[in-house]
Each structure stands twice: as structure tokens, then as C-alpha cells.
Design a protein around this ligand. Structure first.
Ligand SMILES: NC(=O)C1=CN([C@@H]2O[C@H](COP(=O)(O)OP(=O)(O)OC[C@H]3O[C@@H](n4cnc5c(N)ncnc54)[C@H](O)[C@@H]3O)[C@@H](O)[C@H]2O)C=CC1
Ligand SMILES: CC(=O)C(=O)O
Length: 374
């Protein structure tokens, strides 16, 4: 199989879908890899590093897309839709629930679209989302701390406080991977931390993990309203796999926050969990202000720490990609239930229920589609 790796084109997206070690893994398994010129530079990998492992460096995105399987980091942008074609395997983050146009384009061109973020283990874990959630969770607190500084428009609160002065209040909604990593950083800085989750068992685990150093609260609108009101830094970290994020924080709740507070909605890639977040922001222009509160809604946070993120991401994606290349997509999906959960669009049909529901489209299970197709 020929595997292609285009250069990422999203704003300040410095990650790349493969490292030289990944090229070596494909080549050892008898495959060829085409990498777009300088695709790895943002993560510290040169053309020569890739070529030394047997990759072919190509000058244009078109050449990197003219392959059997494309590996990317972020969802394709409209400028890339023209590269879609029937039976192309696309392996990347897709986040289709808030992306009707991309969903339609993948369906129309009958791309086999496999989303990193919905590959799921039997215990419910999302192994290809996890490393980027670890990164974004940790970043959310350092970003929030920065925007709380006066020169960035914040209220001038130091999250850890100092002796004799109240600590900052950090409220995290969603106690999964992002939420836990955010809480670790916030506790480390000495802030008062509240974690809100809908899953009482998860709250028990967090209470154990943090040994009573965080306040846990069950998720309901009463608890959320009270917690949001006192938050200096509010972090949105909820997820229902594949689905549009639930809007848990209303505009009224945001109006009750004190001016200069900061919201970092990490869940923006699934459409966002805060009512006043009405746009995706970029690393170039990461915030806007509404009701006196700073809103941060960057959908590719890990792109800013690309060296760490590329290594962490490719550690987990490449083994699945090698399975797809070795067996072909149909056999790989049949053999691996976890990988099958990643298939969001196949043969023009939506094969992930939450995505079909988000767009009011018919759903067809991947097994059904494969039976008819082959
Ligand atoms: N903006 C960015 O650059 C990045 C965004 N993300 C996104 O962050 C979000 C969170 O990801 P993970 O932590 O990995 O997910 P996760 O599945 O580990 O955690 C989500 C948590 O949300 C909780 N939850 C669900 N509904 C809830 C409700 N109504 N109230 C309170 N809690 C609720 C779940 O019980 C779970 O504990 C996802 O949308 C993910 O794609 C991840 C990495 C980078
Ligand atoms: C998860 C995701 O979309 C990202 O890392 O950019």
C-alpha cells in the first residue's frame, strides 16, 4: 500500500501525522510512504530524516493525497476536499458532529473515513484521543493562567494565590482525560479546584486520585451555575464520544461570572460546551470577550506544542495504521472491533450513530456496509 502524509494546513498546526520511526514501521512491513515537502518541520523532523527511513518526499499536497491511505492530524479543510475520491482511506481526527459540510463531502466522494477520536477500547477508553487530551488538559491551565494576567485582559488573579490571599478558583466541567490533566496542573499550581462530571463513579475515582485535594460535584444545572459563578478559570472538558458536545453552561451563567474571568473550552472540537462560545478561535487570535469574560476556543491546542504532541500522537496511531495497510481496510476492520468503531463514513453512508444523529442522516453499521460492499 502507498501511504501519504500531507502537510497540515490549519492555522498554526505544526503537528505531522508520522515521524521517521513511523516511516520505518511501514517500510519494514513492505509499504511505501510519500511525505509532502517539509511536512515535519514544525515538529522538528526534516525531509532528510524521513528519506533516511525510506520515505519519498513529494513537492505538492496533490501527490501526497494521490495514495491508498492518507494519514493526517486535523480534519480536512475545504481546500482539501477536492482530493477526496472513492475508496481513499482517510485516517485522522475528524470531529464530524459539528461539521455537516465535511460529512457530506466524505459521503459524496465515498471516502473510507476513519476517525482517531472514535476508536474505542472495550472499557470505553479512546486510545487515539487520549494523548492529545492529556496535552490539551495540561495546556488549558497554563493558557488560562496567562489570560488571567492583567495585560492579557484578565482580572489579575494568580491561580495559586500567596499566603494571606485567596487562591484562584478553577472549575473543570468533565472529569475525563482533559479534566483530570487540567486538575493535576491546577492543583500543582495551588489553586482551589472543582471537578464536575455526570458519572458518579468517575467522581469517586477522582476523589481517590486527588486524595481530597479537589472538590467533586455531580453534573446538573444547579451545581454548574453555582460553580461557574465563582470561577476565575472555567475549563470545558465534556465529551459524549462522536456526538456534538452538550451545551452545559448557559449565557446567563456566563453573565454571572466576574469580569476578567477566563473560559477555556477544550470541547470546542466537538462543537463546544458553553453557550457564549459561538466561534472557533485560532492560535493567531485565540480569544474574544463577551459579558466581560475572556473566551478561548482553539480547536487544535496541541498544535502549539507540536514536538511533544506529534510524538505522543504517532505512538498510538501508527500501530492501527499499519494494521490497515497490512490487511486492507475491510479485513482490518473485521478483525479489530476497536478500529471498526473509528469508521465514521464508508461507501457514502454514515457508520457512526452519534454523527448520523447530529446531522439527521440515516445510520448504517460498518458491518452492514461491508457485507453489501464486498
Ligand atoms: N481543543 C483541543 O485542541 C482538544 C480538544 N479535545 C477535546 O476535549 C474533549 C474532552 O476529551 P476527553 O477528556 O478525552 O474525553 P473523556 O471521554 O475522557 O472525558 C469526558 C468526560 O465528560 C463527562 N461528561 C459527559 N457528559 C457530561 C455532562 N453532561 N456533565 C459533566 N460531565 C460530562 C464524561 O463522564 C467524561 O468523564 C473532547 O471533545 C476532545 O475531543 C481533546 C484534545 C485537544
Ligand atoms: C483532538 C484534536 O482534535 C486535536 O488534538 O487537535
Amino acid at each position: 500500500m502507498i501511504v501519504g502524509v500531507p502537510k497540515e494546513i490549519k492555522n498554526n498546526e505544526n503537528r505531522v501525522a508520522i515521524t521517521p520511526a513511523g516511516v520505518a514501521a511501514f517500510v519494514q512491513n513492505g509499504h511505501s510512504v510519500r511525505i509532502e515537502n517539509n511536512a515535519g518541520l514544525g515538529s522538528g523532523f526534516t525531509n532528510e530524516d524521513y528519506a533516511a527511513q525510506g520515505a519519498q518526499i513529494v513537492d505538492t499536497a496533490a501527490e501526497a493525497w494521490a495514495v491508498d491511505m492518507v494519514m493526517k492530524v486535523k480534519e480536512p479543510l475545504p481546500a482539501e476536499y477536492s482530493y477526496f475520491r472513492e475508496d481513499l482511506i482517510l485516517f485522522t481526527y475528524l470531529h464530524l458532529a459539528p461539521e455537516p459540510e465535511l460529512t457530506r463531502a466524505l459521503m459524496e466522494k465515498k471516502v473510507i473515513a476513519i476517525a482517531y477520536e472514535t476508536i474505542q477500547l472495550d472499557n470505553g477508553a479512546l486510545p487515539l484521543l487520549m494523548p492529545m487530551s492529556e496535552v490539551a488538559g495540561r495546556m488549558s491551565v497554563q493558557i488560562g493562567a496567562q489570560f488571567l494576567e492583567k495585560q492579557y485582559g484578565g482580572k489579575g488573579v494568580l491561580l495559586g494565590g500567596v499566603p494571606g490571599v485567596p487562591k484562584g478558583e478553577v472549575v473543570v466541567i468533565g472529569g475525563g482525560i482533559v479534566g483530570t490533566n487540567a486538575a493535576k496542573m491546577a492543583v500543582g499550581l495551588g489553586a482551589n479546584v472543582t471537578i464536575i462530571d455526570v458519572n458518579a463513579d468517575r467522581l469517586r475515582q477522582l476523589d481517590d486520585l486527588f486524595q481530597g485535594r479537589v472538590q467533586t460535584l455531580i453534573s446538573n444545572s444547579f451545581n454548574i451555575a453555582n460553580a461557574v459563578k465563582k470561577a476565575d478559570l472555567l475549563i470545558g472538558a465534556v465529551l459524549i464520544p462522536g456526538a456534538r458536545a452538550p451545551r452545559l453552561v448557559t449565557e446567563e451563567m456566563v453573565k454571572n461570572m466576574t469580569p476578567g474571568s477566563v473560559i477555556v473550552d477544550v470541547a470546542i472540537d466537538q462543537g463546544g460546551s458553553i453557550e457564549t462560545i459561538d466561534r472557533i478561535t485560532t492560535h493567531d487570535n485565540p480569544t474574544y470577550e463577551k459579558h466581560g469574560v475572556i473566551h478561548y476556543a482553539v480547536a487544535n491546542m496541541p498544535g502549539a506544542v507540536a514536538r511533544t504532541s506529534t510524538l505522543a500522537l504517532t505512538n498510538v496511531t501508527v500501530p492501527y495504521a499499519v494494521q490497515l495497510a497490512n490487511k486492507g481496510y475491510a479485513q482490518a476492520i473485521r478483525d479489530n472491533k476497536q478500529l471498526a468503531k473509528g469508521v465514521n463514513v464508508i461507501d457514502g453512508k454514515v457508520s457512526y450513530k452519534a454523527v448520523a444523529d447530529a446531522h439527521n442522516l440515516p445510520y448504517a453499521s460498518v458491518e452492514e456496509v461491508l457485507l453489501v460492499k464486498n
